[in-house]
Design a protein. Structure first.
Length: 617
């Protein structure tokens, strides 16, 4: 990880001279906390118009040993859920029974990725994602509790940033079932950490005094340990932020309110107040002033869990819809044979497959290197997966009709199959908000997609620099783009990767390559047309991000499909069905991309901004 501090990187690539003080502070904080490594993954290569398909074709398979380890745990998890979990009762009462939590702790469900030497199971990210898929299709409350504990709670940042002494002290407690939480959000602070008011000031050489209040702290009502983000300002670094491990039993830590929500009714989410809490300096995670980097890095990896849970939910919805569409007869035939319903079923099935492909791919990257730079891939997985999951559960509601809108308890009471579509829909809605809303994800992805161009040409438009330096930068940028830009117009295939695919899928990979070059050209054109003002055209940037996300997902789905096709257990009939679905998914993705390119040209985003300002006035 980078060793730079806020003091060492006071200036960003982006010209902040025309921004307000608040905008400038927020941007400089975010820029200082960014991973400074060159983003060279598949997603970045697609945005830059030079796709590197060798990264996922052939698709990295899960080893037999790793799969067996995962299967053994999933079997134990399934047994506990079958014997002790009633998701409808959990939703109804708003409580997860203590006996269920104890059973989950007994099988190691609170320490899935914690290394065995600290008492955990030491399972891979892929197996952790598989567990999230299982939980996502069964009970959103359990998925949220275990995810908040392990993905963004104490274990993940401790594994990535903790000292050996910290790991030895706290990881065994987490592995045994002591629940943890993550406290970042405040009443007036969502995605703008520069406005954070929680403050930690030194008290002698060995402690800090922590004061502040955090809201929407998931697991806080059950947590024994909390990662708390607080301002630790100095004259040189007035916005410096530090991550602390805080024990809930310490004096001054108080839960003042439990938050209640439309869905996830058993979410142990609350408002936490810290009043003169003495925190040992030894409990700082990642170093003083490095808190925002700890938070963002933790969220990058943690975001993989949410789309994994969305895969489980999507699978559940596909199963519910398929069974109902085959059984429900209207106008003389099952409703699944009517074109309108068949269209929904096809989209649901194809999108659910693609969601799993993305989760499998990103999980495999982390398994290869737990410090892997997956910020862009994980963000796309979260954005695309959560939005497709919402569409899938919405279509499931439409297919089930009144029986989808009716609660499982009501269906059960009158003797019908208690399919919990209504509960799944309420629980699913938070996913486009959790761990970075879709709007924030699009801005985050746009910043990462623009990073190569900013490194090439940001100095040209930076009005704070001397004109000679800007002129020199312009010459250098012109030289780079004189070679880069023409190549984006040249026809080309997909290289050796296409030869490794089933013949029926090769044209799709070539289309991904072609669309990648078109995206890179379009992004470059918008940079030229808008200049520094491009960052304010958030809807336009969102369209570009969505095109890149579609290409990334399409690529992953093709690689995952090929891994299935080459699996010796698949029959020729199953291969034919998979190929047909992938060809359909390719057409569906082409349609989505075409619609977004059309939206780029109609200028509707400018009109919406004006009307929105009129409303605020």
């Amino acid at each position: 990880m980078s060793t730079h501090t806020f003091a060492e990187k006071p200036v960003t690539l982006i010209d902040t001279s025309k921004m307000s003080a608040g905008q400038k502070a927020a941007l400089e904080m975010a820029e200082a906390a960014r991973d400074e490594r060159q983003n060279s993954g598949l997603a970045a290569s697609l945005f830059f118009g030079e796709p590197d398909f060798s990264r996922h074709i052939p698709f990295s398979p899960q080893s037999e040993e790793d799969r067996d380890q995962g299967d053994a745990f999933l079997n134990r998890l399934r047994a506990v859920l079958d014997a002790h979990a009633d998701p409808d009762a959990i939703d109804r009462t708003g409580e997860i029974p203590d006996t269920l939590l104890q059973e989950l702790a007994a099988i190691g469900a609170f320490g899935i990725k914690i290394p065995m030497k600290y008492g955990g199971l030491g399972l891979s990210q892929t197996n952790y994602s598989r567990a999230a898929m299982l939980l996502g299709g069964e009970c959103g409350n359990l998925a949220a509790l275990l995810s908040a504990h392990q993905s963004i709670g104490v274990p993940q940042p401790l594994i990535l940033f903790g000292t050996e002494e910290q790991k030895a002290r706290y990881l065994p407690r987490c592995a045994r079932g002591e629940i943890s939480a993550f406290a970042l959000t405040e009443t007036d602070v969502g995605s703008d950490p520069a406005k954070m008011t929680t403050l930690a000031v030194p008290d002698g050489d060995d402690h800090f005094i922590l004061n502040g209040e955090k809201v929407w702290c998931t697991n806080s009502l059950k947590a024994g340990l909390i990662v708390v983000m607080a301002k630790t300002p100095t004259p040189e670094r007035p916005h410096a932020t530090t991550a602390f491990i805080v024990e809930s039993a310490w004096p001054g830590v108080e839960i003042i309110c439990r938050c209640r929500f439309m869905g996830l009714r058993a979410l142990y989410n609350g408002v936490v107040r810290f009043e003169n809490v003495r925190v040992p300096r030894a409990n700082i995670l990642g170093g003083e002033g490095k808190g925002l980097k700890v938070a963002l890095t933790t969220l990058n990896t943690g975001r993989i869990t949410l789309p994994a849970a969305c895969v489980g939910l999507a699978r559940r919805c596909v199963g519910i819809s398929r069974r109902w569409a085959a059984r429900r007869v209207q106008w003389g035939q099952p409703i699944g044979r009517h074109a309108a319903i068949a269209d929904k079923l096809a989209r649901m099935k194809a999108d659910a497959f693609a969601m799993e492909a993305v989760v499998r791919y990103v999980s495999s990257l982390v398994d290869k290197d737990k410090h892997a730079d997956v910020r862009l891939e994980a963000a796309i997985a979260k954005l695309w997966g959560s939005e497709r999951a919402w569409e899938i559960v919405n279509d499931t509601m439409q297919i089930r009709g009144g029986r989808g809108y009716e609660t499982a308890d009501s269906l059960r009471a009158r003797g019908e199959e208690p399919e919990p579509v209504e509960r799944l829909m309420r629980d699913c809605r938070i996913n486009t908000i959790f761990e970075g809303s879709s709007e924030i994800m699009r801005l985050f992805i746009a910043r990462e997609a623009l990073d190569p161009h900013l490194k090439i040409g940001a100095e040209v438009v930076n009005s704070t620099l001397p004109w000679k330096k800007r002129a020199s930068a312009a010459l250098k940028a012109g030289w780079v783009y004189s070679r880069w830009y023409p190549r984006k117009w040249l026809p080309g295939g997909a290289g050796e990767a296409a030869d490794k695919l089933h013949p029926a899928l090769r044209d799709d990979l070539i289309a991904v390559s072609r669309e990648s070059r078109r995206l890179a050209r379009t992004l470059f054109h918008q940079m030229i047309l808008n200049g520094p003002a491009l960052e304010r055209r958030q809807v336009l940037l969102g369209q570009l991000v969505d095109i890149g996300a579609e290409l990334f997902v399409w690529s992953c789905a093709l690689g995952f499909a090929e891994s299935k096709i080459t699996d010796a257990t698949m029959t020729s009939s199953e291969v034919d069905k998979l190929v047909r679905m992938m060809r359909y998914f390719g057409k569906l993705t082409r349609e989505r991309i075409a619609n977004r390119h059309a939206a780029l040209k109609n200028g509707l985003d400018r009109d919406s901004y004006v009307v929105g300002r009129d409303m605020l006035a």
